[in-house]
Design a binder for this molecule. Structure first.
Ligand SMILES: [Zn+2]
Length: 76
């Protein structure tokens, strides 16, 4: 009677967030960067204080990507 099992597959230790970010389009990556900053920035999390300079920069970068995507301009 064989009671030995096949060895377990190697556990995947790679964080799934990295794998998913790698698959994102430039537009999604820009938005992800903005959201990641906004979630980790005390200034940005305080709605009364509005966005900080870094957040403004990331938001504008995202909007630029979005405009390009809307116009069908291929990003290279
Ligand atoms: Zn901020």
């Amino acid at each position: 009677m064989a009671d030995r099992r096949d060895p377990e597959p190697e556990p995947v230790t790679r964080p799934p967030v990295i794998a998913s970010v790698a698959k994102l389009s430039p537009l999604q990556q820009a938005y992800s960067r903005y959201v990641t900053h906004a979630n980790g920035c005390e200034h940005c999390r305080d709605v009364d204080r509005g966005r900080c300079g870094e957040s403004e920069r990331l938001w504008r970068a995202y909007r630029t990507h979005e405009e390009h995507a809307a116009r069908g301009i291929a990003e290279r």
